[in-house]
Design a protein around this ligand. Structure first.
Ligand code: FAD
Ligand code: ZN
Length: 260
């Protein structure tokens, strides 16, 4: 099968790839909705950069307030270390990052970069994560954002997680690209169903913190797609965003991921 045929097949058969030609039937006023795009790509002219730009344009046109955390441009620190806490450790004898983060959050002693990201999350109705898949997960810089920003006390507590997570009035959406084609991800013997991969991120991280999960936007193998197909991927994403505020979250339980 040639490359363009593969891409065509993937977009026709995969439930996460938006192929409908919706002409934007929404007629509500979405002005005032706030969106945070957490974006992790080194190149502004990459597919991920184009997908991020398309989201900024479409959502801004709707009157939404859009904020982008461009992690590489910000030189975002991905490491979870003692530097994240201002002042003395709460336990000087044994360093436990999660507990120190919790204490620092309560005392207002988290480092400025983490506080700034938390403020952006707090203000957002929708958080979009835009990234290329790295090792069936997110790039390290984005993993570091999750590690440092979604700390105990801010995003969750014990108890106070999943449907009681502190970010439960917000939606989250993973928008990502892959190197592998859709076919590879649906032949279980090769890479396994892509839904399995989404379980740790969507359920284990985002739903754990309370987020309602919107279905992912997956653009398979842009590097192997034709120019016109890549343009269609970007246009399709923009079309989906026209009606994003009408979307219902997925039922983020194990059955969504592991049952046919
Ligand atoms: P790009 O290379 O930026 O885009 C492809 C082409 O699209 C470019 O030529 C670009 O110029 C063009 N383009 C940009 N904007 C537009 C536009 N608006 N219209 C038309 N064309 C446009 N893949 C997997 O599947 N599974 C893995 O586990 C995995 N692990 C990885 C681990 C690492 C460390 C790395 C580095 C890569 C891994 N990959 C993996 C591959 C990776 O996911 C892909 O390389 C990436 O998703 C491709 O997206 P991109 O934005 O970088 O593409
Ligand atoms: Zn879940």
């Amino acid at each position: 099968m040639n490359v363009s045929k593969t891409a065509e097949l993937s977009s026709m058969t995969h439930p996460f790839v938006v192929t409908n030609g919706s002409q934007g039937t929404w007629n509500q006023d979405y002005g005032g909705k706030r969106v945070l795009i957490v974006y992790a790509h080194q190149m502004p002219t990459s597919m991920n950069g184009s997908l991020k730009d398309a989201a900024v344009t479409e959502l801004s046109n709707q009157g939404c307030q859009v904020t982008v955390s461009d992690l590489y441009s910000m030189n975002f620190e991905p490491r979870a270390t003692r530097q994240d806490f201002l002042g003395a450790s709460s336990n000087s004898e044994f360093f436990n990052y999660a507990e120190e983060a919790h204490e620092a959050y309560k005392k207002g002693c988290l480092s400025k970069d983490v506080v700034e990201e938390q403020k952006k999350v707090q203000e957002a109705d929708l958080v979009i994560f835009q990234f290329p898949m790295y090792w069936l997960s997110v790039p390290a810089i984005l993993k570091g954002w999750l590690d440092r920003v979604l700390c105990k006390g801010f995003a969750f507590d014990i108890p106070g997680y999943f449907d009681k997570g502190f970010l439960k009035d917000k939606s989250a959406l993973l928008s990502f690209t892959t190197g592998g084609t859709a076919e590879k991800y649906f032949q279980k013997e090769l890479r396994g169903d892509i839904k399995y991969i989404l379980w740790p991120l969507q359920h284990g991280v985002l739903h754990f913190c309370g987020f309602q999960i919107l279905r992912p936007q997956i653009n398979f193998a842009p590097e192997h797609a034709s120019e016109s197909k890549r343009k269609e991927m970007v246009a399709s994403w923009a079309r989906r965003l026209e009606t994003i505020w009408d979307e219902k979250p997925i039922n983020c339980t194990s059955s969504w991921y592991f049952e046919k």
